[in-house]
Design a protein around this ligand. Structure first.
Ligand SMILES: [Zn+2]
Length: 324
């Protein structure tokens, strides 16, 4: 079952100091993070330790534990066969790396700890948010991403209540620590992606099947934004200006085409919710020498993940489920 997808929805705030709860839009949170808004209850700014944070919406349908397994859940990954059976994280280690880790016994212990980690799934919004963040922050800039739609086994046992985001920022959660024996799935309040939404930590065994598409879907529509962007980009020079002066080696000024590409990406970003704009701008950056049409189709596809989820869900719907 699909839940309503809304990247713009209001969020619930809760102040740890005065217990005041209230609803805000994303622009409010943006101002709050810049310390230009305060708690309406006690006047505290975001700079204090127990300052207000985004929290769960009491209307979140996933708060009903009986319905958790009925919903579709999502995951973004650069792996084409997530979640991998017989996952061997040591496959990429060279003999030199194994030696530096302290020998085979240490490597085996490390493999066991990697395998003990929970998998994560979340809302559609959280998966898109996660992907944008990784394109921007990590070495995944040119990686092919996949969006997975996940169906849970109807029989899963869901841990009662919810946890506050148990992950450190790299997302390492030991499955046994959040899902004690007899429990398959733990819900947690996600602060980082789709803030205020519920995500799940779970083991592979809780998943019945997945459907996958490669994202972003390239925009194949005729006309519209892509056509205009390509025409504009092809109308300006792709030659970088000659560098002069002391900084010549390090700072070659960008070509007119790269500058325009970045402006076009930024103007799309400005149409998105404020908490996704920076990530989108970085993820859609026009690289020097890039093919204008390829860039425009990819960038438009990235935009549609947020602006037009219906087409993305339709593409997912056409994929054959893979049993896990
Ligand atoms: Zn307060």
């Amino acid at each position: 079952m699909e839940r309503r997808i809304d990247f713009w929805r209001e969020r619930q705030m809760f102040c740890g100091r005065c217990d005041h709860g209230w609803r805000v839009d994303l622009d409010w949170i943006d101002r709050w993070e810049q310390a230009t808004e305060t708690c309406p209850g006690c006047g505290m700014t975001c700079e204090h330790e127990d300052s207000p944070r985004v929290t769960l919406d009491s209307c979140d349908p996933a708060l009903d534990g009986d319905r958790v397994a009925q919903f579709f859940w999502y995951h973004a990954s650069t792996q084409a066969h997530w979640p991998t059976r017989d996952f061997d994280p040591s496959a990429v280690l060279t003999p030199e790396m194994r030696r530096r880790m302290g020998g085979e016994q240490r490597v085996s212990a490390w493999v066991a700890s990697q395998r003990a980690k929970a998998l994560h799934v979340g809302t559609y919004e959280a998966a898109v948010h996660n992907m944008l963040r990784r394109i921007r922050d990590q070495a995944d800039q040119r990686s092919q991403f996949n969006l997975y739609q996940v169906r849970l086994k109807p029989s899963v046992v869901v841990r009662e209540g919810w946890l506050v985001d148990p992950a450190n920022f790299v997302g390492d959660v030991v499955l046994d620590e959040v899902c004690p024996p007899g429990v398959d799935v733990a819900r947690y309040l996600n602060y980082h992606e789709d803030p205020g939404g519920l995500s799940l930590a779970l083991g592979r065994n809780a998943i019945a099947s997945v459907q996958r598409i490669a994202v972003p879907l390239p925009d194949t529509r005729d006309g519209g934004w892509v056509r205009d962007a390509v025409a504009a980009l092809e109308g300006v020079s792709d030659t970088a200006a000659p560098a002069t002066g002391k900084l010549a080696l390090r700072m070659r000024p960008p070509s007119a085409r790269a500058v325009l590409g970045r402006q076009l990406g930024a103007s799309l970003a400005d149409r998105l919710p404020v908490n996704l704009r920076n990530q989108f701008r970085s993820a859609a950056v026009f690289a020097e020498g890039e093919d204008p049409e390829r860039w425009a189709r990819r960038t438009s596809g990235l935009f549609d993940l947020i602006d037009d989820p219906t087409s993305v869900l339709a593409a997912l719907d056409q994929q054959d489920p893979r049993e896990v």
